[in-house]
Ligand binder design. Structure first.
Ligand code: PLP
Length: 427
């Protein structure tokens, strides 16, 4: 992107200031009544721990693991207390140790390099491509440099890379793949579900994800040893037989005294709240896609907004939408976000000097000592993000488009302060 004039385009008809959006874009879906009833019954019983000490009672966590694994298409699922914990567990079960390198796509969220730091390894960031997925050319270079290491790949904000290419590169260079599917539950590449390409797939059930238990995560795998170790490491004590999604008991034997208990189990309430959401997933995904498409259609018509290209083989879950503000400098984009915010549309901006709320810019994680990633810097400088709650409808999408068009017009009409410089590429 190059710095461009901030003057208001006089040829465009001026947009009227729209009404404030009444829907809060951070509104989660309510918990289904069945989940509320199940959680209340558990609270009445007090049996919130996932395991039974003496008489085995059907645990909602075990039921969730079995159903979730089947839904994703993997043999085993292990429920933990966050996706970050699942990512850590995946790296731990692949024996990633201190000082080793783990490759990551550079556009990701803080818990991902955090999981790498948790095993004591060193995150090595790979550049981001124009479609917001991992840059395959840079991945080839890094994979050759770090043969035999692990690639921890985030399908960030639901953007699914060309997994045919990614898995071929992994194969060629002996990289083991862990998928971070925090934003891609139900998403597929060329018909294959995310979470089934790597040795391990990790999912989040934090409130703003596709299933909501406040906090929670699931690790999926087809590998018996990884599954046995993850169950023990998650904190099963000697109660692992109570898992229904597990390898045969003899597969646990070699690890019983070897596997440290990391105490990251999911509790029964979280699972009880999640179980009745599983059958709703397909409907939620199609509603998100409808909202995404509606919003995308409207935004494409606004000069100064550009949307990422999406590959026809990518079946994504549109629970958020990303776009670039083009032709505006740093101050212009800041003004755009402020005006949109005043009108009830909270835009997250990955190029802001100081990250607000969450961090998704590799420069915010100085413990990782990343080298410069100029292409990622350029992409993040103007990149913005909106949550798409299912509480929004098509008219709401049109309203958001109107607000963003107006905010852009206002940002462009605001005179530049003397001495203000273009600062893309900084955080
Ligand atoms: C891309 C990505 N990966 C991993 C995580 C971690 O999920 P959790 O909050 O469940 O630890 C998040 C959280 O939002 C995320 O956005």
């Amino acid at each position: 992107m190059t710095p461009q004039s901030q003057s208001h385009d006089e040829s465009r008809p001026g947009r009227e200031r729209p009404a404030r959006l009444s829907v809060d874009l951070a509104t989660p879906e309510p918990i289904p009544a069945e989940g509320i009833r199940a959680a209340a019954a558990l609270m009445e019983s007090g049996a919130l721990f996932r395991y039974a000490e003496i008489d085995e009672i059907g645990s909602p966590v075990a039921a969730l693991e079995s159903e979730f694994g089947t839904r994703v298409g993997r043999r085993y699922a292990v429920a933990v207390n966050s996706c970050g914990a699942a990512l850590y567990m995946g790296l731990h079960c692949l024996d990633v140790g201190p000082t080793e390198a783990v490759l990551l796509n550079s556009w990701t969220l803080a818990p991902v390099p955090g999981a790498v730091a948790h095993v004591g390894a060193k995150p090595v960031f790979v550049e981001t491509g124009e479609d917001l997925t991992i840059d395959l050319n840079d991945l080839r270079v890094r994979a050759a440099e770090y043969q035999g290491s692990v690639l921890l790949l985030s399908h960030m904000r639901g953007h699914i890379a060309n997994m045919t290419e990614v898995t071929a590169i992994c194969h060629e260079h002996g990289l083991r793949l862990v998928e971070d599917c925090a934003h891609s539950l139900g998403g597929t590449w060329d018909g294959q579900a995310t979470g089934t390409f790597g040795e391990v797939g990790c999912f989040s059930t934090q409130t703003y994800k596709h299933l909501n238990s406040g906090e929670g995560g699931l690790l999926v795998t087809d590998d018996e040893e990884i599954a046995a170790r993850a169950i023990l490491a998650s904190g099963s004590y000697r109660l692992h037989a109570q898992h229904t999604s597990r390898p045969p008991l003899d597969r646990f034997e070699p690890f019983l005294d070897q596997e440290p208990n990391h105490s990251m189990r999911m509790n029964a309430i979280a699972a009880a709240v999640l179980l009745p959401q599983l059958p709703l997933l397909e409907d939620r995904i199609s509603r998100w896609r409808m909202l995404y498409d509606r919003l995308a259609r409207g935004l494409r018509d606004i000069e100064g907004i550009r949307l990422p290209r999406r590959d026809g083989r990518e079946h994504f879950v549109g629970s958020s939408l990303q776009f670039w503000v083009t032709g505006s400098d740093h101050a212009g984009i800041a003004r755009f976000c402020t005006v949109a915010d005043e009108l009830g549309v909270h835009v997250k901006w990955f190029g802001a000097h100081r990250p607000a709320g969450f961090t998704s810019n590799y420069r915010s994680w100085s413990y990782a000592s990343a080298s410069n990633l100029p292409r990622t810097d350029t992409l993040l400088a103007g990149l913005c993000d909106l949550r798409l709650p299912l509480a929004l409808d098509e008219a709401g999408c049109d309203h958001v488009v109107e607000i963003l068009g107006y905010a852009l017009q206002e940002a462009r009409a605001t005179p530049k302060h003397p001495g203000e410089i273009h600062e893309e590429g900084t955080t």
